[in-house]
Design a protein. Structure first.
Length: 426
């Protein structure tokens, strides 16, 4: 990892380097996933079982877990974990409750009625990785907003472990978040099963949740058959820091994202050369004691940087251009920058709001846009799980008042049948 001094053009060069990161599927993966999807659509449970045995080693005796099994597995977790999980869930609920929107209806003096109806999706599927990549926090982040949105049924697909037993921590999160049904199936076959439905697994309206490249590719290919949350890329963090920042904190926060993946990006922009140099030393010191230091090293070497900027204005401009997934503002007065950050998935303000606080506990969702898509995408929210319909009612007199304008517009577009639909009501 290197320290870059301010120079003309460093921004575009660094952003171009970051754009080289990609977990884009190869043609072979695309083809394999297409084959899996087609077979699951055609053969249902039989195909799901075949791929489960092929990729996971064995097929569980029962694909669906009962409520009693879920509760029993959750009870295997320690009280300390269950307490922390419950408190995190409370924070997530409180934050997302404020996102709820109400249907609305208005009447006008001429008898016109207009409105919008908002309601939860009928059924949503949550994908949760299994094995060593067990993320109970993602269960909370996906299921709780869906529950608040009023989704009729939340089902969860998670691959069976090698011993055929589900992960207790994931089950505890599912129970806490109110997941209705759990199926022991993973990979692209799970995504296809939830998209089309099988004899055992019901079809859903939308699929959310993280997964490997096969899962992400399946979601992308099935978008349109079902809704999806997003196709997430490698994780990223950008930190803006002035001379008041603590290099020890900065280094720890950079590595909290670098440990995710060799393609993860961790960038520090600071106005202090001293902070830059001390942070680099802290990275080397702290990294030596971390379990995933090899991944961290590769990530920082390829997609990490410390940049000394001439001003915070320069740093803010860079942040808006990069549109990072996570943005930390470690400055003396972080609140000064809230209104200036236009493109970021989630913003962490001050020296004591590190990124993992948002990942696990504070309340805002940790399912965030990556790869610069924060320019036009938003974090997962209650809105991700609702559908909206507009409705209108006009009296004969109200339509008569508007008819000439409608006919004029329809004729301008060459849609004479549209115009006729109005004329026949004269």
């Amino acid at each position: 990892m290197q320290i870059l001094k301010e120079k003309e053009g460093f921004g575009p060069e660094l952003i171009a380097q970051l754009k080289k990161r990609s977990n884009k599927a190869t043609a072979q993966i695309e083809s394999s996933v297409s084959e899996i999807i087609a077979k699951v659509r055609e053969e249902g449970d039989r195909a799901v079982a075949e791929y489960t045995k092929k990729f996971d080693g064995s097929v569980p005796e029962t694909i669906e877990l009962s409520k009693e099994q879920m509760i029993s597995l959750a009870a295997q977790c320690g009280e300390e974990f269950l307490g922390a999980l419950h408190r995190a869930a409370q924070n997530i609920r409180e934050f997302h409750e404020r996102q709820k929107q109400q249907s609305w209806f208005e009447t006008r003096e001429n008898g016109v009625m207009l409105g919008q109806r908002i309601r939860g999706l009928s059924r949503v599927g949550i994908y949760v990785p299994g094995g060593t990549a067990a993320y109970p926090s993602s269960v909370l982040m996906n299921a709780i907003p869906a529950k608040i949105a009023g989704v009729g049924e939340i089902i969860m697909a998670t691959p069976p472990s090698k011993d055929g037993k589900p992960n207790p921590a994931i089950m505890a999160a599912a129970v806490e978040a109110g997941v209705d049904r759990v199926f022991q199936v993973g990979g692209a076959q799970a995504i296809a099963a939830m998209a089309f439905g099988t004899e055992t697994i019901p079809a859903v309206d939308k699929i959310v949740g993280p997964g490997n490249i096969f899962v992400a590719t399946a979601k992308k290919q099935l978008y349109g058959t079902v809704g999806i949350d997003m196709v997430a890329g490698p994780s990223e963090i950008l930190i803006l820091a002035d001379e008041t920042a603590n290099p020890k904190f900065l280094a720890a926060d950079l590595m909290s994202q670098a440990e995710h993946d060799v393609l993860a990006s961790a960038i520090l922009l600071t106005t202090s050369e001293k902070i830059a140099e001390e942070t680099l030393k802290e990275l080397e010191r702290q990294k030596s004691s971390l379990e995933r230091k090899d991944i961290i090293t590769q990530s920082l070497d390829n997609f990490g940087a410390i940049v000394v900027c001439s001003s915070m204005d320069e740093a803010v401009n860079f942040a808006n251009e990069l549109a990072p997934e996570h943005l930390e503002i470690c400055t003396e007065n972080p609140m000064d920058y809230i209104g200036r950050i236009d493109n970021a998935g989630s913003v962490f303000l001050g020296h004591y709001a590190p990124e993992p606080l948002g990942d696990y506990y504070a309340g805002p969702n940790h399912v965030l846009p990556t790869g610069g898509t924060a320019r036009f995408f938003s974090p997962l929210s209650v809105d991700s799980f609702v559908k909206k319909s507009s409705f209108l009612y006009y009296t004969k007199e109200a339509l008569a008042e508007a008819q000439e304008d409608i006919i004029t517009l329809a004729n301008a577009e060459g849609l004479t049948a549209h115009a006729n639909s109005i004329k026949v009501r004269e």
